[in-house]
Design a protein around this ligand. Sequence first.
Ligand SMILES: N[C@@H](CCC(=O)N[C@@H](CS)C(=O)NCC(=O)O)C(=O)O
Length: 266
Amino acid sequence: MSTASLTLYTFAISHFSEKIRWTLDASGLSFTEVVMTPTLHVVPALRMGGQGETTLPILEVRQPSGAVEHIQDSTQILQWLDQHLGPLAVMPRHVGLNEEIMDIEERFDAIGKDVARYLYHATLDDDDRIIGMWTQHANRNQARLVRLFYPLTRWIFRRRLRINAEAAAQSAERIQQALAWLDGRLSDGRHYLVGQQFSVADITAASILAPLACPDQHPIYGTAQFRQGAGHSPAWLGNRPCVEWVRRVYKAHRLGHPGLEAQAVA
Ligand SMILES: N[C@@H](CCC(=O)N[C@@H](CS)C(=O)NCC(=O)O)C(=O)O
């Protein structure tokens, strides 16, 4: 099994992709990243995932025998990695710890869509900005296609992710509840969310909140261009302890990622 090669299909801007990219890096598992272009990912994701879903990340596992398996959904990928290439240091198997870690993973996964909806609600009509972010790893023809179809894509995207003022306000509410929970958890001065060690609980919370906390080490969210966008500095975000914590976790633990100069396809 150890000789299986791993390919991770991602979006550069996806916080769920970041969660797995970070887990692989933190676990010392080498992988090739294929950064996909939103819109053009749909057909390959449906084909690879095989369950009618178009979401990334998807992990491709290629055995020396030539057998290929695809795992779609970040939680499924974590479990697969731990079962087949683990035990992963970031997923300690001690019964109590493991349950707590996976509860926190689930808690922050649950607001992943809210973070996306909240931010897209503020920016989706800024065509150049969104197309620019979506096509950073696209070739010229792919970028042209994305631009050409953007009005249609935006229409579909708005409906699929329910990007409207009312839903965005509800998302902001749910995000604030998660931030309040995190502030409470950190109020005893702890460094890590579970026990004394860095784990998938920290990776998930920090990755999912990265688009709001904009840590310097994130290749997209850490850029001045992203930070200056609308919706990134709501009053409720402020300098709350959990936002500082996300930045500290990134600074301390998001080391050694080679960047996103990965192969870009579709
Ligand atoms: N439950 C999924 C959620 C992943 C997800 O929502 N991915 C977004 C990007 S952050 C996506 O692929 N959106 C495009 C689509 O749904 O086609 C996971 O944990 O992997």
